[in-house]
Ligand binder design. Structure first.
Ligand code: NAD
Ligand code: MG
Length: 382
């Protein structure tokens, strides 16, 4: 039995992961965490026979402990660390949203524990340090993001070939709910419209990131760190049907593609079971029924966030961390109805312009850059 700890268990990825784990005789759930939705986590713990949970919001942790005396409830960000250490997992699934996921990523990898990573922000914020840490302890990072899970499989198929075999990586994008619109039209879109993603059902933050194309910007950075491929050789391709998730172009001109119906349980199961596979009851791809697959370049005029992300990625150092923090602040403001959608990219750009990129030596400077970027982004909003 592989012991799995799920962080961010109440979210879109977390809930689907519990479903995948329940369907496998080889996976055992050993712990759960959430920020504040303690009732759901306690319910999940009871349903799955889990005895340890953590709530990062201390008040929620207190309520959970009172309502669930037979269980062990850890509290606060320190509680999350205790949960990783005490539940003795073989693999941690990090499905926390935002840069709050960086801490648990560092703890798991630092302990040499394999990491199934949905929290792409960990790699955006601290990619170099995070991958160096994994290398130092021998822990593996298995991507849960669908495009990266696809690339992971395609690249693995070429592992025995020499360096230089892989020429380019392509990650696909649905284009989000506003594909085809002009920038001026985005001024008036509502939160509701932005939350109505055409092909994936996900948490609010990533759904807004998909509407601005910032999600592909974050994924570009994620791919760079996971596969050690320079930015100039990673492409983003808009593919509205979300059937092809990733492609690898090889040195002989061959192109390998990974296909499947859009269902996050597939990449979740891949990461949790790797290198094994499990049987999964998901829709099988019927290309005749799909009919046609279409492609177009991303519209960087309407969706400048992707271009801003690429620029910050190339600048490196603290720039991707600043990009991410400013994005989190701006997305929060959009979800709260305080700004129009195009303002998100403007706030990010202004924050990056003010803070620039400074070289990175330790995790501590990331937490500082994150904090500072949130301040500057908030000033931009005021
Ligand atoms: P979500 O908002 O549905 O769930 C987030 C989870 O994290 C919840 O359990 C919440 O309690 C917890 N959480 C939130 N803030 C926290 C904090 N400050 N500290 C500790 N825990 C906190 O998010 P999601 O859509 O499941 O996404 C999770 C991660 O997976 C994100 O990084 C996202 O980009 C990535 N991802 C999601 C999908 C998807 O289909 N949902 C696909 C690819 C990648
Ligand atoms: Mg993705």
């Amino acid at each position: 039995m592989k012991r799995i700890l799920v962080l961010g268990a109440t979210g879109s990825i977390g809930v689907q992961a519990l479903d995948v784990i329940a369907g496998s005789p080889d996976l055992e759930l050993v712990g759960l965490s959430a920020r504040s939705s303690w009732e759901t986590v306690v319910e999940q713990a009871r349903a799955h026979g889990v005895t340890r949970i953590a709530l990062t919001d201390p008040e929620s942790a207190g309520r959970a402990a009172a309502a669930w005396p037979e269980g062990e409830v850890h509290s606060g960000t320190q509680g999350l660390v205790e949960l990783v250490l005490e539940s003795e997992p073989d693999l941690v699934l990090n499905a926390i949203v935002g840069s709050a996921g960086l801490g648990p990523t560092i703890v798991a990898l630092g302990e040499g524990i394999d990491l199934a990573l949905a929290n792409k922000e960990s790699l955006v914020v601290g990619g170099e340090l995070v991958t160096a840490l994994a290398e130092a302890t021998g822990a593996r990072i298995l991507p849960v993001d669908s495009e990266h899970a696809a690339l992971h499989q395609l690249i693995a198929a070429e592992r025995s070939a020499g360096p230089g075999t892989i020429e380019r990586l392509t990650i696909t994008a649905s284009g989000g709910p506003f594909r085809g619109m002009r920038r001026s039209e985005l001024q008036r879109v509502s939160v509701e419209q932005a939350l109505a993603h055409p092909t994936w059902s996900m948490g609010d933050k990533i759904t807004i990131d998909s509407a601005t194309l910032m999600n592909k910007g974050l994924e570009l950075i994620e791919a760079h760190h996971l596969f050690a491929v320079p930015y100039a050789r990673i492409d983003v391709l808009v593919h509205p049907q979300s059937i092809i998730h990733g492609m690898v172009t090889l040195c002989d001109g061959a192109v390998l593609a990974h296909l499947g119906c859009p269902d996050m349980r597939v990449p979740i199961a891949y990461a949790l079971n790797h290198p094994e596979r499990m049987e999964l009851d998901v829709a099988r791809l019927d290309l005749a029924a799909v009919g046609s697959l279409t492609f177009e370049p991303p519209d960087l005029e309407t969706f400048p966030a992707l271009a801003i992300a690429r620029e910050a990625a190339i600048a490196g150092g603290t720039a991707p961390c600043v990009l991410n923090a400013a994005n989190e602040v701006a997305v929060h403001a959009f979800l709260g109805g305080r700004i129009a959608l195009p303002r998100i990219a403007e706030v990010i750009e202004a924050t990056l312009n003010e803070l620039g990129a400074t070289p990175l030596r330790e995790f501590e400077s990331l937490f500082e850059a994150d904090r500072r970027a949130r301040e500057v982004a908030a000033q931009q909003l005021a």
